[in-house]
Ligand binder design. Structure first.
Ligand code: GDD
Ligand code: MN
Length: 391
């Protein structure tokens, strides 16, 4: 049983809508009203749980008023530093229902789409994210070039970590049973969705959304949040790809394979074999050597898989690498002046391109780590009243 499944016992059926807030008093009434209009009448129990980072802008009074007629409450974090991800994690712990939805308070994420996210969740899905960049999604016409470029670049940086069009989306739905052990998470800043995708190894389904302009107030995204994003990315890359150690090891193994590769490549040519044929043949002993040493050393500690199947996977992924490798070689020797006489340099360039591709596929697929959820260590806090402080 997963940590999430264990936590689900004793949880009512319904939807907890978790919204991190920082000085959003102006947006909260409209947010609550639109959620109410969208969900009430649908027969699903729901609650709106605002996790505030000590805004001190009257949000608590606004919430107290709303709570007289709607299932709305607010949790106030007093810890420093303020952090969107930490707020959402606290929300997960305090939520009442078995399905969790996270969205922004500024109405950038249309509450009317919550039902679509939940529908896509169905019974078996692990997470559904609202995507701005998939087919049918949009960021509206008002984003300036700078914001669009910035967001696109950030998304490109995160792409190798998650296989979806918008891994940085802040609008998503997740069943409680799919939540990874919260104590095993280590997020920082805005991208709690990405953290869940990567560390929870969740299979994601995307629903296109139109990201609207912030209703009132101002964005809290500044330089610090951008730097935090890069630091968070670094953590996730190290987690996902084992950091420099693993990459360096993979590179060394690759280099040893290269020695075999080049020796056979040159040896065959000295026997009169045509250079492209020699290039193709020398690949096989080299790839088998690489598979074995990576299995024993580089990915030592990862779950072992049946040898033949894993060799086949590694070889298949290496063939993709070989495609990039030989393709680069062929392109350089055929079309780039000078490489025709410097074939070894063309070969090395091809190896570098193919090698990087191989490393990614090996880490994420061939020697993949499977989720082994530990026991839940997240503290559960009892809640009473509408606005509660949490220190
Ligand atoms: N509790 C808490 N603590 N909430 C915060 C904090 C914080 O430190 N910082 C921001 N928030 C809340 C805001 O009040 C808002 O409800 C939501 O988090 C998003 O903050 P914005 O300031 O509106 O951020 P944005 O519009 O630039 O970012 C959006 O787009 C990103 C992708 O480009 C959000 O959807 C992000 O989650 C998303 O990653
Ligand atoms: Mn916003």
């Amino acid at each position: 049983m997963t940590a999430g499944a264990r936590a689900e016992r004793g949880c009512g059926r319904g939807v907890s809508i978790i919204v991190p807030t920082l000085r959003e008093a102006q947006n909260i009434p409209a947010l609550a009203a639109r959620i109410d209009a969208a969900l009430s009448g649908g027969g699903t129990a729901w609650e709106l749980l605002l996790v505030d980072d000590d805004s001190d802008d009257g949000s608590d009074r606004v919430v107290a008023q709303l709570a007289e007629r709607l299932p709305v409450r607010m949790e106030v974090r007093k810890q420093s530093p303020r952090d969107l991800s930490a707020a959402v994690l606290l929300g997960f712990q305090l939520a009442r229902y078995d399905r969790l939805v996270v969205l922004d308070a500024d109405l950038s994420h249309p509450p009317e789409r919550i039902a679509d996210l939940l529908a896509a969740l169905g019974d078996g899905r692990e997470i559904v994210m609202g995507s701005r960049y998939g087919e049918g999604g949009s960021v509206g016409p008002r984003w300036g070039v700078w914001r669009l470029l910035n967001s696109r670049l950030a998304t490109a940086l995160a792409r190798p970590l998650a296989s979806c069009s918008d891994p940085l989306s802040g609008f998503f739905a997740i069943p409680r049973r799919a939540l990874p052990d919260l104590a095993g998470l280590d997020p920082l800043g805005y991208k709690i969705g990405l953290e869940l995708l990567v560390r929870g190894q969740l299979e994601v389904k995307e629903v296109p959304i139109e990201f609207a302009k912030r209703q009132a107030g101002s964005s809290k995204m500044g330089w610090r949040q951008q730097v935090d994003f890069l630091r968070h990315l670094g953590r996730l890359y190290r987690y996902r790809f084992g950091g420099l150690t693993r990459a360096a090891c993979f590179g060394l193994v690759g280099a040893s394979g290269l020695v075999i590769d080049v020796s056979i490549y040159l040896g065959l040519q000295s026997l009169g074999v045509e250079h492209r044929t020699a290039r193709l043949v020398s690949f096989w002993p080299a790839v088998s050597w690489n598979w074995l040493v990576n299995r024993r050393v580089t990915y030592n500690g990862r779950p072992t898989q049946p040898r033949l199947r894993q060799w086949a996977k590694f070889t298949a992924s290496s063939l993709i690498g070989l495609g990039a490798n030989v393709g680069t070689y062929a392109a350089l020797t055929t079309w780039v002046a000078g490489f025709d006489r410097r074939r070894l340099l063309a070969l090395l360039t091809g190896v570098a391109v193919g090698g990087m591709l191989n490393f990614l596929v090996a880490t994420m697929y061939v020697y993949r780590r499977h989720a082994v959820p530990g026991p839940p260590r997240g503290r559960r806090v009892a809640t009473q009243g509408t606005v509660r402080e949490h220190r």
